[in-house]
Write a protein that binds this ligand. Structure first.
Ligand code: SAH
Length: 251
């Protein structure tokens, strides 16, 4: 059996209770060493076999799993944040299915949640945006034509950009040409929930300069939108004049 586990975005106590239990029961752990906090390996039991997938191919990962399965061992495949977001898990799921190996998935705290917590921000502010666009600047991995950044930017919605800190020049250009105003607030959250977490705020028109000045190249999210500003509407849910399923409106 293989458990895909979301490690959370950094701090070792941000893993779920279930994820920590699965780690402590694992005979074999394959972790994404470049992004997963090594402290999480303290949950492993004595004698657990540990592999760092940073230097491995998909085929090598599958070989380790196959060997573990042949001995009836339990494997945890530990992914950063939540496995469903830029986790390259689908190809692993399919490889295991083809081999008849059973697996399940334990979710994790994505860095997009970690970054919002660091900022004490709400992505879906009433009167500002009710949509979160999770995307990336096109790099070596191509992005479908209809999802080009400037097309997505036209919505003016809250935007969470993964894997894009090293591409700040084209990022700034695409977002501006797509329709966000130059004054749109931006936050760069580096290593959310790690001890060396850093939050840098700027305007969209200063994004490239700010990223370069602070030398942020990776392990950062770029958050864009007026949810970072001061203006918003109150929620209906907690409005005294609003009746909900659980509470009548105040007279
Ligand atoms: N599955 C992960 C994302 C993996 S892709 C998740 O849910 O968070 C790797 C990218 O995630 C990095 O390039 C960076 O953009 C972002 N990232 C991962 N951890 C981060 C953190 N602690 N703070 C800010 N961004 C992070």
């Amino acid at each position: 059996m293989v458990h895909f586990v979301g490690a959370g975005c950094g701090a070792s106590d941000l893993i779920t209770v279930r994820g920590a239990r699965l780690l402590s029961e694992a005979d074999v752990i394959i972790h994404a060493g470049s992004l997963v906090n090594p402290e999480l390996l303290n949950y492993a039991k004595e004698g657990c076999e540990i592999h760092d997938s940073a230097s491995m191919t998909l085929e090598q990962v599958v070989e380790v799993v196959k060997a573990a399965e042949a001995k009836g061992k339990h494997t945890v495949r530990l992914h950063t944040g939540d496995p469903s977001i830029y986790g390259a898990v689908r190809e692993q799921f399919d490889a295991l299915t083809a081999l008849g190996i059973d697996y399940d998935v334990c979710p994790g705290v994505s860095s997009m949640s970690g970054a919002a917590a660091a900022l004490k921000a709400e992505y879906t502010l009433p009167g500002v945006s009710q949509t979160v666009i999770v995307t990336r600047m096109e790099g070596r991995t191509p992005v479908p034509e209809k999802e080009k950044l400037r097309l997505l930017a036209a919505h003016g919605a809250t935007m969470v950009l993964f894997l894009s800190a090293g591409l700040s020049e084209s990022l700034q250009r695409e977002l501006l040409e797509g329709g966000y105003g130059p004054e749109t607030p931006v936050a760069i959250v580096y290593k959310a929930s790690w001890p060396d977490e850093k939050i840098i705020c700027c305007r969209l028109c200063d994004l490239k300069e700010t990223v370069e000045k602070n030398n942020v190249k990776k392990t950062a999210l770029i958050l864009v939108g007026r949810f970072l500003g001061d203006e918003y509407a109150r929620s209906k849910l907690y409005d005294p004049s609003f009746t909900t399923e659980f509470r009548g409106a105040e007279k």
